[in-house]
Design a protein around this ligand. Structure first.
Ligand SMILES: [Fe+2]
Ligand SMILES: [Fe+2]
Length: 316
């Protein structure tokens, strides 16, 4: 246990100034009176894995990305419930301490509340242009209750992973794809601008907590992180199956049994890539995790992840 940990107050101060500089409002900056169109993609092909489905027409490919993109926005709304609550809880450690850290964390919570409102707005906008029958039935409070029953070390590890993949998805995919809906791209541009600060603070708070726990507690927390990844995978599996069924039912023609099976499998692999593996493979996440764990603990995490994909999970 390292009791000599000094809070890097200046890094939180930089998060505050960035947060003030990029701050945006949902309607006047992001939505600006726009609506979604059926004619444009939401997510890049590299994320949706749609190229595997060569039996789909160009219009069906766009629709496939819209179904996944609708879920993508809803997934953020879902995880931001527990992220905001955890950050608010952690802020308690700073109430009568470093007021710069407190301000940075309060802004973080405020932004996650706004992001949840943004993603509820996105759901309503997508519902306007997509056929009825879509379902994203997860209760954010139930999911948050489960996640928050684990140690803060495990929750912060999961959170850093999410907030880093949000950024890499935007930078390496959404920003670069000229064929995406402009409104959809803007939503993730504005979201990304505020998420950059969040990931910095996740890591700083994770390191602060890590410095204050015993080796035995950390070892338990590694198991909890593995359980949390398993919980995310349970959600991913169920939502992939729900979305594949919705797609098959509403794509405008009857798919064969084999085609429906391929849609199911592609959706599952795409979601595992989007919500688990792309974050686990994120170089900064991988190096931070490696710096806080032993080889044996990292090996346990690798083993859990390798069960999710035929690809090597944490390989850079
Ligand atoms: Fe967010
Ligand atoms: Fe965030």
């Amino acid at each position: 246990m390292d009791t000599s940990y000094a809070i890097p107050s200046e890094r939180f101060a930089r998060c505050i100034s960035s947060s003030k500089r990029v701050r945006w409002a949902i309607e006047t900056d992001v939505i600006r009176g726009r609506r979604f169109a059926r004619a444009s993609k939401f997510l890049p092909d590299g994320f949706t894995l749609v190229r595997r489905l060569d039996f789909l027409s160009p219009e069906e490919r766009i629709y496939f990305s819209q179904v996944q993109g609708r879920t993508y926005a809803n997934m953020f709304g879902l995880v931001e419930r527990f992220i905001g609550a955890k950050v608010l809880e952690l802020s308690r450690d700073h109430w009568l301490g470093d007021q710069v850290v407190l301000e940075a964390l309060v802004r973080f919570c405020d932004e996650e509340l706004k992001h949840q409102a943004l993603f509820r707005r996105v759901e309503a906008l997508t519902a306007d242009v997509m056929p009825p029958g879509y379902s994203f039935a997860w209760d954010p409070n139930e999911v948050a209750t489960l996640v928050l029953s684990k140690s803060s070390w495990a929750v912060l590890a999961l959170t850093l992973h999410i907030e880093l993949f949000t950024q890499s998805h935007y930078r390496e995919g959404i920003r670069e794809d000229a064929n995406l809906s402009e409104l959809y791209r803007d939503i993730f541009l504005f979201h990304w601008r505020e998420e950059c600060q969040h990931a910095i603070m996740d890591e700083l708070e994770w390191r602060r907590l890590d410095a204050g726990i015993s080796a035995a507690a950390r070892n338990l927390a590694v198991d909890e992180l593995i359980q949390l990844v398993g919980a995310v995978d349970t959600i991913v599996q169920a939502q992939a199956s729900t979305d594949a069924e919705y797609f098959a039912r509403t794509c405008g023609r009857e798919l064969s049994k084999a085609e429906t099976g391929m849609v199911q499998q592609t959706m599952l692999e795409a979601y595992r890539f989007q919500y688990i593996l792309s974050g686990a493979r994120h170089p900064h996440f991988a190096s931070t995790l490696a710096s806080l764990t032993t080889d044996a603990q990292l090996g346990r995490i690798h083993d859990a992840l390798s069960g999710l994909s035929p690809m090597q999970a944490l390989a850079a």
